[in-house]
Design a protein around this ligand. Structure first.
Ligand code: MN
Length: 255
């Protein structure tokens, strides 16, 4: 078993090291991750500029590879030959912040797992819910154990082709999660607000800010599981077709 570990927070992010260390012993671990933070960059494939890959050392001395490409580029580079040995599984994370509901369309963490699925390999994305407030320290211990459990289950049971697993771990100030819930993708409620300011030359600039998003706490969803203090594991597929609307569109009296 050869596991590629990547992320979107950058190769030196503590969540990546926690993930790699948690998976030790389950197979050979190779790390190829971005050299900068690609949070909320979406599913990027870099086609218009060259990509460099170089060796780095992580905080505990662990070797890794890094690139100036995006998370999905890391997966593509690895699978297309930068990593000569065949890869069996891609695990992305542990992200600093949960990726639930419509976050999946923004998340670099999840798009790395999507890129794996597109290439015909299994992908697992792991994210840790943030504590309230900016700049708070994140403890990845629980999420690292959850990631290991999910990968162990993957090794035992497998994942069907075309499916990635999206794992989210709740932030609980005291105590551990109550367990694991298998969930579907839920609904985010974004509270974005536009900040308009003037630069030193009196030209306006804009910053998308606002309060942290919430979500619809519906049982059985990713957001619902986190709200109840459970780890959420969602099987995600890339077919975004709105099947109930297929027949409706066919009745539109096309020429
Ligand atoms: Mn991130």
């Amino acid at each position: 078993m050869h596991i590629l570990v990547t992320n979107d927070d950058g190769v030196q992010a503590p969540g990546l090291l926690a993930l790699a260390n948690a998976l030790d012993g389950l197979g050979k671990i190779t790390i190829l991750a971005p050299d900068r933070n690609w949070t909320a960059s979406g599913h990027v494939k870099t086609l218009e500029r060259p990509l460099r890959v170089r060796s780095v050392t992580l905080a505990d001395g662990r070797p890794a590879l890094t690139t100036d490409g995006a998370p999905a580029d890391c997966v593509a580079l690895a699978l297309l030959g930068v990593i000569p040995e065949p890869i069996d599984l891609i695990v992305s994370g542990i992200n600093n912040g949960e990726n639930i509901g419509q976050d999946l369309t923004y998340s670099g963490t999840v798009t790395a797992a999507m890129e794996a699925v597109i290439a015909g390999l299994p992908g697992i994305a792991v994210s840790q819910q943030r504590p309230p407030g900016n700049g708070a320290e994140i403890d990845f211990t629980t999420a690292a154990a959850a990631a290991r459990q999910v990968v162990e289950r993957f090794l035992r049971y497998g994942i069907p082709p075309g499916v990635l697993l999206n794992v989210n771990v709740p932030y609980l100030p005291d105590g551990k999660p109550h367990g694991i819930q298998i969930t579907r993708q839920g609904q985010r409620i974004y509270r974005d607000a536009l900040v308009k300011r003037l630069d030193p030359r009196d030209r306006p600039y804009y910053w998308i800010g606002g309060e942290a998003p919430t979500g619809v706490p519906e049982p059985g969803t990713d957001y619902g599981a986190l709200a109840e203090g459970y780890i959420s594991v969602s099987p995600i597929q890339l077919d975004m077709t709105a099947y109930p609307v297929l027949e409706t569109l066919r009745t539109w009296e096309w020429e």
